[in-house]
Design a protein around this ligand. Structure first.
Ligand code: THU
Length: 121
């Protein structure tokens, strides 16, 4: 998936894969834009692919980049992932030379804002 990244500005290719609760595997890569803030992360692309495939629950996340150490999802992507992934979902970050780091969604985004915070009792 990294090979499909469109990264003329950073030259930093990222690939993401999500396992859906119905068993699907959904992938995405980062897609940059000359108007820099309009670029999208690999995780966001994978989420869009998952929704397009009709899935809305994530059971596992994998992110890979050519980096000295495993690259964690950016803050915005942590929130985007948390929309579809519970606190116990494992997020594995990997480098292309085989280093990995696995953390839970809750460890990456402690105390996340969720729909439950908008419920009135
Ligand atoms: N990027 C991702 O796609 N996912 C991450 O988890 C970290 C950063 C992308 C955004 C941008 O295209 C490039 O990496 C450099 O920030």
């Amino acid at each position: 998936m990294r090979d499909h990244a469109y990264v003329p500005y950073s030259n930093f290719k990222v690939g993401a894969a999500l396992r859906g609760a119905q068993g699907g595997l959904h992938v995405g890569c980062n897609v940059e834009n000359v108007a820099y803030p309009q670029g999208t992360c690999a995780e966001a692309g994978a989420i869009a692919a998952m929704c397009a495939a009709g899935e809305t629950r994530i059971t596992e996340v994998f992110v890979i980049a050519d980096s000295p150490a495993p690259v964690p999802p950016c803050g915005g992507c942590r929130q985007k992932l948390r929309e579809f992934a519970g606190p116990d979902v494992l997020v594995t970050m990997a480098t292309i030379d085989g280093k990995t780091l696995t953390m839970t969604m809750e460890a990456l985004l402690p105390g996340a804002f969720t729909a439950a915070h908008m419920e009135r009792v």
